[in-house]
Design a protein around this ligand. Structure first.
Ligand SMILES: NC(=O)C1=CN([C@@H]2O[C@H](COP(=O)(O)OP(=O)(O)OC[C@H]3O[C@@H](n4cnc5c(N)ncnc54)[C@H](O)[C@@H]3O)[C@@H](O)[C@H]2O)C=CC1
Ligand SMILES: O=C(CO)COP(=O)(O)O
Length: 390
């Protein structure tokens, strides 16, 4: 990565970001919101420009984070009208439109203009659209520019994680990093304290990105465990659908807590099987994000599950969302089960991953939500943790 940075005329020393109190106030910070007041920093001491791919809620949030550090940030959106609206009004016309974006966020629908001088690219396009989107713009993406992905899930067509899709679309030689953790776009934009983790095999790049984004209210940890982080981000959305469904069915706190805990057990089992670390699964991107998504009010996946529990079908709910918002857990649930069958060896995988398999059946309409819950609850007596046997 140092070599890549030199190629982009940046100094080869690590980012030396001075820390001082932020002078500007967050955009629409409510007086009751918790701010950690930890730190703030000036922009990096050499020219950095960040391009964010994806004008959805999370693209807007991450563009705001970077711009608040004083870094010019370009948001690539698909519609020229949306770009003009953002540039004129400093807010998105429909997504979190009550929230003002920092002035350093500029939007464009012109791919070349967005990408030609990018130092870093942040990818926040939903997983299932990622491949076609990247294929359509990849000629304009300069070589060597590192990509930080913020998307969570598994592609239904390839059964790959974001790391696989990115390498297939943009090449094995480029550096990739992955941001995850409990981080709802709206709370980030409101300046409410948020902690995330950035995973990258190259810890120097993870550190640089963490320093680029860290500020008061946005705390960034790093790890080398890419697979652990990606498993957590994908599986927690499926667990969130299950948690929402539990609530929609009118089940209580005991049932929901039991289900979420057992779901985290399946996440841990899969993560370890695929080469992730148990500590990553119990960290921000695994259990941490599961807490936020299952028990907080903001999750779209949880809302999706709630409606399933109330009797709507997955197709009806998807149709009502109209493609303007994603609940990544829906497609990921189907992909997860196929991927487990393909990659994990063993007999009766459905007994090893009863919640993940059960949720896929419910989402595909092969089992009713209450039937699925009963199946999950009626398991024979066994030890709580399989690792206790060793
Ligand atoms: N919204 C949030 O709070 C968080 C979202 N994420 C992740 O970020 C990723 C992006 O999610 P959001 O920004 O919330 O999306 P969103 O639900 O706000 O919007 C979906 C976006 O997808 C874009 N889109 C639709 N069809 C497309 C296509 N064919 N090609 C390119 N783009 C297309 C639309 O422009 C739309 O803005 C997801 O993987 C999500 O799991 C991660 C953490 C928090
Ligand atoms: O990943 C998220 C928060 O960390 C967002 O979750 P939802 O997509 O369910 O809203």
């Amino acid at each position: 990565f140092s070599q890549q940075r030199r190629q982009r005329n940046a100094p080869s020393n690590r980012l030396q970001i001075q820390q001082h109190q932020r002078t500007s106030s967050p955009t629409t910070h409510s007086s009751t919101s918790l701010s950690l007041n930890l730190k703030s920093s000036s922009p990096p001491p050499y020219p950095v420009r960040v391009t964010v791919l994806g004008g959805g809620n999370f693209g807007l949030a991450l563009a705001s984070v970077v711009a608040k550090k004083g870094v010019p940030t370009t948001l690539l959106v698909r519609s020229e009208d949306v770009a003009s609206h953002i540039n004129e009004n400093h807010r998105h016309p429909t997504k979190m439109s009550d929230i003002a974006l920092p002035r350093l966020v500029r939007a464009t629908s012109n791919t070349k203009e967005a990408l030609n001088d990018a130092t870093y690219i942040i990818h926040a396009v939903p997983v299932q659209y990622t491949r076609s989107f990247l294929e359509s713009i990849k000629e304009e993406i300069p070589p060597n520019v590192p990509v930080l992905s913020a998307s969570k899930g598994i592609e239904t067509s390839s059964l790959g994680f974001m790391a696989d899709i990115l390498k297939e679309c943009l090449g094995e030689d480029r550096s990739y990093a992955f941001l995850s953790g409990p981080s709802f776009a709206r709370e980030i934009c409101e300046g409410v304290a948020t902690a995330v983790v950035i995973a990258c095999e190259d810890l120097m790049l993870a550190d640089d990105l963490a320093e680029l984004m860290s500020q008061e209210d946005f705390l960034v940890f790093t790890t080398k465990d890419v697979i652990g982080v990606e498993v957590g981000g994908a599986v927690k959305n499926v667990i969130a659908i299950a948690a929402g469904m539990c609530e929609g069915l009118g089940l209580g706190t005991n049932a929901m807590s039991g289900l979420v805990t057992r779901g985290c057990g399946e996440m841990r089992r899969l993560g370890i099987y695929l080469g992730g670390r148990p500590s990553t699964i119990s960290g921000l991107s695994g259990v941490g994000d599961t807490f936020g998504t299952c028990f907080g009010p903001l999750s779209r996946n949880r809302r999706f599950g709630y409606r399933l529990g109330k009797g709507e079908t997955a197709e009806e709910i998807k149709a009502s969302m109209g493609g303007s918002e994603v609940a990544e857990g829906v497609d990921t649930s189907i992909a997860l089960v196929k991927m487990i069958k393909e990659k994990c060896k063993g007999y009766r995988l459905d007994l090893k991953y009863p919640i993940l398999f059960g949720m896929a059946e419910i989402i595909e309409g092969r089992m009713k939500p209450m039937e699925g819950m009963q199946k999950i609850m009626n398991f024979p007596v066994r030890m709580e943790n399989y690792d206790e046997r060793f």
